[in-house]
Design a binder for this molecule. Structure first.
Ligand SMILES: Cc1cc2nc3c(=O)[nH]c(=O)nc-3n(C[C@H](O)[C@H](O)[C@H](O)COP(=O)(O)O)c2cc1C
Length: 169
């Protein structure tokens, strides 16, 4: 993997997150977890490149993000749809879903989890975390559509400064 400045990325961020999807991972070598995510953003805040992710409290990964200073976003590229579905439909609480998905965990110099198969990895330092509230939805239809009866709980919003960005050449 080659270390690049995030400003050098030429990806279409909307498709990158919304169509390719990503793995949100946190923890350390002794204990970590990952999950598929397709909601989030990459942008600029606090005069630094940053990401925003949305994680429901019921996810096992939530516990690891809460207990870590950092998290990673791993993009796998073509050919990993089944793995992403496995990691997005099963909980690490119930099975060794990473082994089932056939991915190979690896750890950054700071000890954060990512995967050998990643084609783009962002290592992020948490700078903000806030639960969504029902009242903060200006668009009630959006709230009902995603958080109304029969849906999961509200997301927690995390913002993370991108401290490292690696791409596979
Ligand atoms: C395509 C896709 C996108 C997803 N995006 C998100 C997301 O942005 N936020 C979230 O909280 N869950 C999202 N999920 C659901 C989690 O990946 C899923 O609940 C997963 O099983 C959680 O695993 P865990 O309990 O091991 O953390 C998504 C699932 C899929 C399949």
């Amino acid at each position: 993997m080659v270390d690049v400045h995030p400003s050098k990325l030429t990806e279409n961020v909307i498709d990158l997150i919304g169509k390719e999807w990503m793995l949100v991972s946190a923890g350390d070598e002794s204990s970590f977890n990952t999950m598929t995510a397709s909601w989030g953003s990459i942008g600029f805040f606090s005069n630094q490149p940053m990401v925003t992710i949305f994680v429901r409290q019921e996810r096992y990964t939530y516990e690891f993000i809460e207990n870590s200073d950092k998290f990673t976003l791993t993009f796998l590229g073509d050919g990993y749809r089944d793995a992403l579905m496995t990691l997005g439909r099963n909980s690490g609480r119930d099975c060794d879903k990473i082994a089932i998905a056939g991915l190979t965990p690896t750890f950054t110099e700071s000890g954060n989890p990512t995967f050998e198969e990643g084609r783009l990895v962002l290592e992020c330092r948490k700078i903000f975390g806030q639960m969504m509230t029902a009242e903060s939805f200006v668009d009630r239809e959006c709230y009902e559509k995603w958080y109304g009866e029969g849906h999961g709980g509200l997301h927690k919003i995390y913002m993370g400064v991108i401290e490292n960005c690696w791409i596979k050449e």
